[in-house]
Write a protein that binds this ligand. Structure first.
Ligand code: FES
Length: 418
């Protein structure tokens, strides 16, 4: 089937391979201030203005399949509980009891018809979080039980992915995601047949943006990810797509050697390649099979796609110089039992090795960013997803709140795909 998006990307890749420089009129980027990665002030601005206002991935719909099933979500730094209500709809509440502030739910997962605080037993219903009963109510003078509830948190899903947003006035999740859901549907990426296969979590001594940016370009690929003089991708043909709200796409052609090894004439010979042993997502477009295609959902979700499943990377800031990086693999499960088949074990090991090559650079880079030797980081044309990401960060924080010398100028608006 002719895929309009894939054809458009292929055309862009042809242009990228042939170009002798950036397109005419492409702006020059000034250095990005290193304080954006190192200062307490920037971290605080993000803590006040970004994380409480943005949609972030909290889990999968099948993590809480039945009414009453719930899971805690603490990655935003505030305790939240996500529960499937009696109508089967997912709801989220602050996991903070309105008696004396204990977490209502302490276990990571559970199932109950009501949420009963584990400290003194105040009990909340799961549809609206209203307080329905409490021990020794007679001892609370003037307590209006009907007026007390667990404060709600926005919770919406897309294709089984559960997102939360602490901002009650936030735009809907689907509106926020802009073209991303439609593009993934067009490329045949569906989460419905997928199951969680493996999860790795690592705390890295770097700012969360240092970690994020490692996955927003492939300029580094042939330097960090070469083995025996052989690299898998050709960064010169990387086709970047700047999408609304700081989201972006990156499609990179295979290197000549990888094409040869795969039986492709060259990068433009898009073949329906299959990885031996794997069961593929049946609907996936051949572009996914014969390129490296990755999406980034602002601010902290990155996914390099593959026909047989994909890892989802999430970045969670701890402090200005520490970040937790999680990567969780999802794929069609076609085997019995708990033991991972050999081809999946090899896949996870290979991916962890690549991640290790990326993460090994992050803590040293953070230390270097803190050096007085650096005036600011320099971004080139093929790294423009990074600038696009920072533009969105400034929009969400509010440029006027950021010291003038640290701001990122809005330069890429006309390159954002509509
Ligand atoms: Fe929850 Fe007391 S803190 S019942």
């Amino acid at each position: 089937m002719h895929n309009v998006l894939a054809e458009r990307i292929r055309e862009q890749m042809r242009w990228e391979v042939a170009r002798t420089g950036p397109p005419d009129g492409f702006p020059a980027f000034s250095p990005i201030a290193s304080e954006r990665y190192t200062s307490d002030l920037m971290f605080e601005l993000e803590a006040q203005n970004l994380w409480p206002r943005v949609w972030v991935l909290a889990g999968r719909s099948e993590d809480v399949p039945e009414p009453g099933d719930h899971m805690v979500f603490d990655d935003l730094g505030v305790p939240i509980v996500i529960v499937r209500n009696t109508d089967g709809v997912l709801r989220a509440f602050y996991n903070t009891c309105q008696h004396r502030g204990a977490p209502v739910v302490r276990d990571a997962r559970g199932s109950a018809r009501q949420l009963r605080c584990q400290y003194h037993g105040w009990t909340y219903e799961i549809d609206g979080g209203t307080l329905v009963s409490l021990p020794d109510e007679r001892d609370f003078v003037g307590l209006d039980r009907a007026a007390i509830c667990l404060p709600p948190v926005r919770c919406e899903t897309w294709d089984g992915w559960v997102f939360v947003n602490r901002d009650p006035d936030a735009e809907s999740l689907l509106h926020w995601l802009g073209p991303v859901p439609g593009e993934l549907a067009e490329l045949g990426i569906r989460s419905e047949p997928l199951r969680r296969i493996g999860r790795t979590s690592e705390v890295i001594a770097c700012n969360w943006k240092v970690a994020a940016e490692a996955f927003l370009e492939v300029y580094h690929f042939r330097h960090i990810h070469s083995h025996d003089g052989f690299t898998l991708l050709d960064n010169r043909g990387a086709a970047m797509g700047l999408l609304t709200n700081g989201h972006s796409r990156m499609v990179t052609p295979f290197s000549r050697r990888r094409c040869e090894n795969s039986g492709m004439a060259d990068w433009a010979d898009w073949q329906d390649l299959k990885e031996p042993g794997f069961t593929d997502i049946a609907t996936v477009d051949r572009m996914i099979r014969s390129t490296s295609t990755a999406y980034s959902v602002f601010p902290n979700l990155i996914s390099p796609l593959a026909a047989y499943g994909y890892p989802v990377l999430n970045l969670w800031p701890i402090d200005p110089g520490h970040t937790r990086l999680d990567w969780t693999h999802y794929g069609p499960v076609d085997w019995e039992g708990d033991e991972l088949p050999e081809h999946w074990q090899a896949r996870l090991e290979r991916f962890d090795r690549i991640m290790g090559e990326d993460t090994a650079n992050m803590a040293p880079m953070q230390r270097s960013l803190e050096s007085p030797a650096l005036a600011g980081i320099r971004i080139n044309y093929q790294e423009r997803r990074i600038w696009h990401f920072h533009e969105q960060l400034d929009r969400m924080i509010g440029s006027e709140r950021i010291p003038e010398a640290w701001r990122v100028a809005p330069l890429l608006g006309r390159y954002v795909e509509s």
